[in-house]
Design a binder for this molecule. Structure first.
Ligand SMILES: Nc1ncnc2c1ncn2[C@@H]1O[C@H](COP(=O)(O)OP(=O)(O)OP(=O)(O)O)[C@@H](O)[C@H]1O
Ligand SMILES: [Mg+2]
Length: 282
């Protein structure tokens, strides 16, 4: 493995033919993603359809921010400009939620917290994701990893007004405002709604819309509504972290209570059968 220097960071250069057993995982808008093995290690290899500017934008972002536990890990590039990434064993968050429809609120709140931790890291490094949705959030052995930085932009003040991304997750106010941290928070709010409802949003959410047929903790409802509300009232990340901690505390105790209730029912049933056996032997 050679090493080339770009943007003062050393970027490992992989030799393309060292990758074996390539298996197509997905064909995205900008290219293909394969699961491959190189020197007994499994990677995801992102190959650009054409060398479009999105590919280099993604590369630039990855070189700047990789290394955080909630951001997909960047290992290097090949001589064909393929991007070598950590392979996410559990697929996208969308797949993960589909496979695990009954995860409890403690787990859901932890996932929501991890996404916000990754997003905060991006924002603190001057990066706006601009295409945040459950297909661009990966899960690797249970750990949340934000990925797909093809639409991301460094927050350098020359951000133009545009509306890339999957419509239902895009801040409707981006027709009038450049994409910024607040628009990423809007997308985050839609992801919270999706985790609670178990459905993909069809259109832009109304901040007043309730989730039907699912029992959602009151504070969680307040949280996603606060994230998709108009920009002026939209929650800031410190407030979101506070809400998440409160939900986690409440739900953790609810979980303990329900475990206790199950144990008492079980102990009660065992006691009754014992009494039955002792008092009325055959
Ligand atoms: N590191 C990875 N590990 C496992 N699967 C991955 C990885 N990276 C991408 N994928 C899979 O490939 C799909 C497409 O990847 P990505 O979103 O990065 O590419 P894209 O070309 O921008 O696609 P799209 O236009 O669909 O968003 C993901 O939704 C996911 O299913
Ligand atoms: Mg994508």
């Amino acid at each position: 493995m050679k090493v080339i220097k770009k943007n003062q960071r050393k970027t490992p250069l992989f030799i393309h033919k060292s990758f074996k057993n390539g298996k197509l995982i997905a064909e995205g808008g900008n290219g293909t993603v394969h699961k491959c093995i190189s020197k007994k290690k499994i990677y995801a290899l992102k190959h650009p359809k054409n060398l479009a500017k999105q590919h280099f934008r993604e590369l630039e972002v990855l070189m700047k921010i990789s290394g955080h536990p909630n951001i997909i890990r960047f290992y290097g590039i090949t001589q064909d400009w393929d991007i070598v990434l950590e392979y996410a064993y559990d697929g996208t968050l969308h797949d993960y939620l589909k496979r695990n429809p009954d995860i409890n609120w403690v787990k859901k709140t932890r996932i929501a917290t991890d996404i916000l931790v990754g997003l905060s890291y991006l924002h603190d490094n001057g990066i706006i994701h601009r295409d945040l949705h459950p297909g661009n959030i990966l899960v690797n052995r249970g750990v949340i990893k934000i990925s797909d930085f093809g639409s991301s932009k460094c927050d350098d003040g020359v951000n133009s007004i545009d509306c890339l991304g999957v419509m239902a997750y895009v801040d409707p106010e981006c027709d009038y405002f450049p994409r910024d941290k607040k628009s990423d928070i809007y997308s985050y709010g839609v992801i919270l709604w999706e985790m609670a409802s178990g459905h993909r949003p069809q259109n832009h959410l109304s901040p007043f819309e309730d989730i039907k047929n699912v029992c959602v903790p009151r504070k969680y409802v307040g949280l996603y509504k606060g994230c998709v509300s108009p920009r002026k009232e939209r929650l800031e990340r410190t407030e979101i972290f506070r809400h998440l901690n409160e939900i986690l505390d409440e739900e953790f105790f609810n979980e303990i209570d329900s475990v206790k209730a199950t144990m008492f029912t079980l102990i009660g049933a065992i006691m009754f059968s014992l009494i039955d056996v002792v008092m009325f032997p055959l």
